[in-house]
Design a protein around this ligand. Structure first.
Ligand code: ADP
Ligand code: MG
Length: 369
């Protein structure tokens, strides 16, 4: 992988790592084209038919993104995909004064008109909030701020402060009609748990419209693996070991979004010596601590993978299993503090532990059990 080293380091630190090489056959082509790297020099005519590769690194939505694509015209296609992500960020930022979300959050309870993009993600987020019985709750921003997760000045809030703040949360209090939305004064909407996934879908759509059928988009650890690797074969993604360095296993995917939520990256150690991470239990206002360290969701749509990875992390192992049995239209990998790995049956053949000795920690979640 070429490009900005800082961005690469950051992407690797996320839950999912992308394997660029796997033996001889898995290598991505060089910038000048795969066939050239395999066979040496080419006659002029063949050169123009070669596949191109391009990679674009950029910062958006508070994190580093790396987009790679293969095919002709990839450079401009990637730039358009990046611009779309930046356009969505400008609409959804909780801190940029011109964003729709900022205006809603500081609108003193007034009705606000939204663009179609924002109305769309609002509808989707509220739908998942309802479906997950409020495990996903996009109204926790003031509570996240009390913990310092929005300012990076972390502290443990007093229980009474959390109680007061929770009075102004609750996804059911968001009223929406068409492109209009209204939230009670004091409430703030936060699309942080879904925005990157939604943006990944939009970026992928742009590349598809341009006829590019092999690309790998990494939005701060949210991966959209479109088509298959150039030359064929599934993409190979490393699933990070949440309690150690490196990967716990490798997942093979094609045409899927793969998104991880966990408590092993964004956390702080409080004065009491305990660790507190950035995904909150909406019913208590406290960081989730239920024995899970990470949840990875694998499904077609990035927005769904993103929304569900956060929700299932909040639910914990048992509720997550039950949720999957009731809605088995995605796959997931749950990793516990004891390094136990729970996989849904759809990926039992496409996930393998890096260390074969760890395979004994794998448990398959089946529909009928
Ligand atoms: P990340 O954005 O770190 O990749 P997630 O997609 O899981 O991870 O989103 C976490 C973000 O979602 C938090 O930083 C916060 O803004 C917000 N959040 C935290 N807890 C919840 C929750 N229970 N429901 C909805 N959003 C949440
Ligand atoms: Mg999420």
């Amino acid at each position: 992988m070429r490009g900005n080293g800082r961005a690469r380091k950051k992407a690797l630190a996320m839950g999912i790592c992308i394997f660029l090489c796997s033996g001889n056959t898995g290598c991505f082509p060089s910038q000048k084209g795969m066939e050239e790297s395999q066979r040496g020099s080419y006659p002029e005519t063949a050169v123009s038919e070669k596949k191109e590769q391009a990679e674009l690194d950029f910062f958006a939505m508070n994190t580093y993104h790396t987009f790679s694509a293969y095919g002709s015209g990839v450079d401009t296609a990637l730039e358009e995909a990046r611009d779309r992500v930046l356009e969505l960020e400008a609409k959804w930022s909780a801190t940029e004064e011109n964003s729709e979300i900022f205006q809603l959050n500081h609108g003193n309870g007034e009705v606000i008109s939204l663009s179609c993009d924002t109305a769309d993600i609002r509808n989707f987020t509220l739908e998942i909030a309802e479906k997950t019985d409020g495990a996903l709750d996009p109204t926790l921003y003031p509570v996240l701020t009390a913990w310092g997760f929005t300012t990076k000045e972390n502290q443990i809030p007093k229980a009474a402060e959390l109680q007061t703040l929770l009075e102004n949360t609750g996804w059911e209090k968001v009223s929406s009609e068409g492109n209009q939305v209204q939230i009670p004064e004091g409430m703030e909407l936060d699309l942080g748990a879904v925005g990157k996934g939604y943006a990944g879908d939009e970026a992928a759509e742009i590349l598809k419209e341009k006829g590019i059928t092999s690309d790998l988009l990494n939005l701060g650890g949210n991966v959209q693996a479109i088509g298959s690797r150039p030359g064929g074969g599934s993409w190979r993604l490393g699933i990070r070991d949440p309690s150690g360095e490196g990967n716990i296993g490798i997942l093979e995917v094609s045409d899927q979004a793969v998104v991880t939520s966990g408590n092993y990256e964004r956390y702080f150690v409080g004065e009491d010596g305990n660790t507190y991470a950035h995904i909150l239990d909406p019913s208590t206002g406290y960081p989730v601590k239920n024995g899970l360290m990470s949840v990875t969701v694998i499904t077609k749509e990035g927005k769904k993978a993103d929304a569900l990875s956060t929700s299932l992390f909040v639910m914990g192992l048992e509720k997550a299993e039950n949720f999957w049995r009731a809605h088995p239209d995605f796959d997931m990998i749950l990793i516990t503090e004891e390094d136990e790995i729970y996989l849904t049956e759809g990926i039992r053949k496409t996930f393998a532990c890096e260390d074969p000795a760890m395979s004994k920690n794998i448990h398959i979640i089946e529909k009928g059990t």
